[in-house]
Design a protein around this ligand. Structure first.
Ligand code: NAD
Length: 260
């Protein structure tokens, strides 16, 4: 049963994280939202999820580059909700540039937010999950955790790292009732992707329309963006009892991208 479980979804003020938070709340889970954005809009989202689904929702502005704030997020969730049963490590950023020009501070930020934050939140919550004999850790990796594309060195490295972390923690937790899996989306039309279209156009010397047709959707045999609801549905399934034997996996939701 997923109803009544308590979940933290990092980077859930926008895009995929918000969709997954909505999906978990619809399945009856209490949810801690996290991420940046306009304070009024975030509060409105928090209230909407609580009222629509009849669950408790909280918000933490913890910065995923700061290990102490990640620990404080876990502590807040434990104190306010009583336990943390599910974590979704989703917060992420992107930067598209050739490696010789790639700013070192962008590398550091991408590794911190897209990879290290998953380590810190897992470290802060898995002990209690193991002690209670139930837990779900879902890492939002990417098709770029399985295959590379040019000009995304930090992102591809971080996402491959997330899958390595997923497998390792899954093995450590295998006998404890805690499953650990990575979801690997293809392209989803969120602000993260919309922002990289002009950068990719510059890096490759092509138009923005050509980026969508010849770079983004060219990678996806279905020729359409993945829908946030499709990712939320998988996250809810991974939290169910039916998914108890699925652990240590990297599950592509990518319209056939990595099958090529
Ligand atoms: P998005 O830009 O819509 O959302 C990113 C979220 O992360 C936002 O809530 C933002 O506030 C939060 N965030 C950013 N920096 C943060 C920080 N330092 N601390 C806390 N929160 C922070 O992006 P999205 O497309 O929804 O991406 C979500 C995840 O999905 C990322 O890990 C991304 O790599 C992954 N992903 C996205 C796609 C895609 O096509 N959109 C594909 C594969 C994987």
């Amino acid at each position: 049963m997923t109803a009544g479980k308590n979940a933290i979804v990092t980077g859930s003020t926008s895009g995929i994280g918000l969709g997954i938070a909505d999906g978990l709340a619809a399945a009856g889970m209490n949810v801690v939202l996290n991420g940046f954005g306009d304070a009024g809009e975030i509060e409105a989202t928090r209230q909407r999820l609580a009222e629509t689904h009849g669950v408790t929702t909280l918000y933490s502005g913890a910065d995923m580059t700061k290990p102490a704030e990640i620990e404080a997020l876990a502590q807040m969730a434990r104190e306010e909700l009583g336990s943390v049963d599910v974590i979704v490590n989703n917060a992420g950023i992107q930067h598209v540039e050739a490696i010789e020009d790639f700013p070192a501070e962008k590398w550091d930020a991408i590794i911190a937010i897209n990879l290290s934050s998953a380590f810190h939140l897992t470290r802060a919550t898995i002990g209690d999950m193991k002690a209670r004999g139930w837990g779900r850790i879902i890492n939002v990796a990417s098709a770029h955790g399985l295959v590379a594309s040019p000009y995304k060195s930090a992102y591809v490295a971080a996402k491959h790292g997330v899958i390595g972390l997923t497998k390792t923690v899954a093995l450590e937790a295998a006998e404890s009732g805690v499953t650990v899996n990575a979801i690997c989306p293809g392209y989803v039309k969120t602000p993260l992707v919309e922002k990289q279209i002009p950068d990719t156009a510059r890096a490759r010397g092509i138009t923005e329309e050509e980026v969508v047709r010849d770079v983004l959707l060219a990678a996806q045999p279905t020729k359409r963006f993945v829908d946030v609801d499709e990712l939320a549905g998988l996250a809810v399934f991974l939290c169910s009892d039916a998914a108890a034997s699925i652990t240590g996996t990297a599950l592509p939701v990518d319209g056939g991208w990595v099958a090529q």
